[in-house]
Design a protein around this ligand. Structure first.
Ligand SMILES: O=C(CO)[C@@H](O)[C@H](O)COP(=O)(O)O
Length: 216
């Protein structure tokens, strides 16, 4: 997979005009479509589930990147893949048997990612890094769009890069939360491969232009 990718987050889209927003992304230079699933238990917010995922897949031409912010993600990963997820990421903090869940995702034919909350150290990934296709570093506390970027993320990107290299892992690094035009190029330079952007894209009058600018 090529790097320096932009994944607009559907969470910030206009749900009354979902097809319009997905069409806009189809025409844009966005690489992935980031789908945030929240259960009101792992995070203090509820977003959407299978019916929206189905609609997204029917209309989107992009690589579908599903971020599960739910407890017991292993119960639901297969259905998200059946509905068209290309990549499914589960939280380290929500996965009792993370290795099994990562294997399950890959055996179903999708890429598998592991997510770390801002307070979870990168070292927790030492014994799983060789298995995963992606590490998603949360740069805000998960649950809501439009929050302020946590600066400690730069240190975590460097640590993740080191961990990847020392384990001959091919995992990509994705950063999610508070990404905007002020920090995107610095995040890529620090070693991020994929940037998720919600508010920065969808609060703009010209979202396609913002997506283009975020890449450079
Ligand atoms: O997973 C999450 C929030 O939990 C993110 O994907 C946000 O939706 C990103 O939104 P912005 O911080 O870019 O507005």
């Amino acid at each position: 997979m090529k790097t320096r990718l932009i994944a607009p987050s559907l969470l910030s889209a206009d749900f009354g005009n979902l097809q319009r927003d997905i069409d806009m992304l189809n025409h844009s230079q966005a690489d992935w479509l980031h789908v945030d699933v929240m259960d009101g238990r792992f995070v203090p917010n509820i977003s959407f589930g299978f019916p929206v995922m189905k609609t997204v897949k029917e209309h989107s031409t992009k690589f579908i990147d599903v971020h599960l912010m739910i407890v017991e993600p292993e119960k639901y990963v297969e259905e998200f893949i059946d509905l068209g997820a290309d990549l499914v990421s589960v939280h380290y903090e929500a996965s009792v048997h993370l290795h099994r869940t990562i294997n399950l995702i890959q055996q179903k034919g999708a890429k598998a990612g592991v997510v770390l909350n801002p307070s979870s150290p990168v070292l927790l990934l030492e014994d799983i890094i060789a298995e995963v296709d992606l590490v998603l570093l949360m740069s805000v506390n998960p649950g809501f769009g439009g929050q302020k970027f946590i600066e400690n993320t730069y240190k975590k990107i460097a640590e993740t890069k080191d961990l990847i290299l020392s384990n001959n892992s091919t995992a990509l690094i994705e950063v999610d939360g508070g990404v905007n035009l002020d920090n995107a190029s610095k995040l890529f330079a620090a070693g991020a491969d994929v940037l998720v952007a919600g508010n920065a894209v969808f609060s703009s009058d010209n979202p396609e232009k913002i997506i283009e600018l975020l890449k450079f």
